[in-house]
Design a protein around this ligand. Structure first.
Ligand SMILES: Cc1cc2nc3c(=O)[nH]c(=O)nc-3n(C[C@H](O)[C@H](O)[C@H](O)COP(=O)(O)O)c2cc1C
Length: 296
């Protein structure tokens, strides 16, 4: 393990390690106006949702590493404490990147990047029509994190109105995670795209108190076949199957064959059962996997 004390790194080196490691980051495409009404549009990946009640997003226009000046977005927000946070999908990513060019102040990046500005309902900055979700926000506070190059400025923005393109909704009227087609920023020039193929589910442990990995019997916990993810799934159950349930399950033709084929060879039997359990866990069949493991 490479262990580095922050004080031994230059700011660009530190920036590089952190941007690659703390990723992917969602992109806030923020539109703002100055007090003369001039519009600005810039992307920020130091961004996330921090509260639902009240609904608060935070993003951070940093002081420039090169010359320690501040970004137009921050200057505008200090003049007019409002913004629209436009979410960025795959179809918008190249134009969004173009909008990050350091155009002079009062140059409208809607025009430079070729996006369509539409009026907001409540705040002065316009929305990006192409964005699948647009959040009209009032800025409650700006918290400076330092005065040196690279210092962040937390823009604490309260969402007042949410606009959602109906095309990304499912039949229940909820946002379809695949249809929204979001992109996120990683280190350097890397981005990633959220597609149907790379989405997966993890069962929420909030409603149950899982037994925990420490309560899994040692031979299972120490399995050469089961992975950390598999142990996490097994530790997320509240109760184990009963002896009767396990016994009934062991009579199923597939398991019976496995057990018959390994009579007198406990090592092979355990290995085969663990492989079978892993297969079931990878299909999300946790209860069945437990029954297989308890046979051993
Ligand atoms: C995808 C993406 C994410 C970015 N994230 C940030 C960020 O979180 N903070 C930041 O200060 N600059 C970030 N930048 C750079 C700014 O967008 C860039 O400095 C821009 O010129 C700022 O514009 P402004 O001065 O008009 O506000 C990012 C650029 C891109 C393309």
């Amino acid at each position: 393990m490479l262990s580095i004390n922050i004080k031994d790194l230059s700011i660009p080196e530190l920036h590089n390690y952190l941007q690659y490691a703390i990723a992917p980051r969602p992109i806030c495409f923020a539109s703002t106006v100055d007090k003369g009404g001039n519009v600005n549009l810039s992307p920020f990946s130091f961004f996330n949702l921090f509260s639902t009640n009240p609904p608060i997003c935070v993003f951070s226009p940093s002081r420039k590493v090169r010359d320690n000046t501040t970004k137009h977005t921050l200057e505008n927000i200090l003049e007019v404490p409002e913004c629209v946070i436009n979410m960025v999908n795959y179809d918008m990513v190249q134009q969004t990147s173009l909008a990050s060019v350091e155009y002079p102040k009062r140059i409208n990046e809607f025009i430079k990047a070729g996006f369509t500005a539409i009026p907001s309902h409540l705040v002065k900055p316009p929305r990006v029509a192409e964005a699948p979700v647009q959040l009209e926000c009032v800025v409650n506070e700006v918290k400076s994190l330092g005065s040196g190059p690279g210092a962040g400025n937390l823009v604490i923005a309260e969402i007042k109105i949410i606009h959602i393109n109906e095309a990304i909704l499912d039949t229940d009227g909820k946002i379809d995670q695949a249809k929204i087609d979001l992109v996120a920023r990683l280190g350097g020039d890397w981005y990633c795209r959220v597609t149907k193929d790379n989405l997966f589910k993890v069962a929420k442990p909030v409603r149950t108190i899982g037994i925990g990995v420490d309560a899994i019997p040692y031979p299972i916990r120490n399995s050469k076949v089961l992975t950390g993810n598999n142990l996490g799934q097994l530790g997320n159950v509240e109760v184990l199957p009963t002896d009767e349930e396990t016994e009934t399950y062991s009579q199923s033709p597939e398991l019976k064959d496995l057990l018959d084929a390994t009579i007198g060879d406990s090592q092979t039997r355990e290995l085969q059962l663990h492989l079978k359990a892993k297969e079931l866990l990878d299909e999300g069949k946790v209860e069945e996997a437990w029954m297989v493991l308890l046979i051993s």
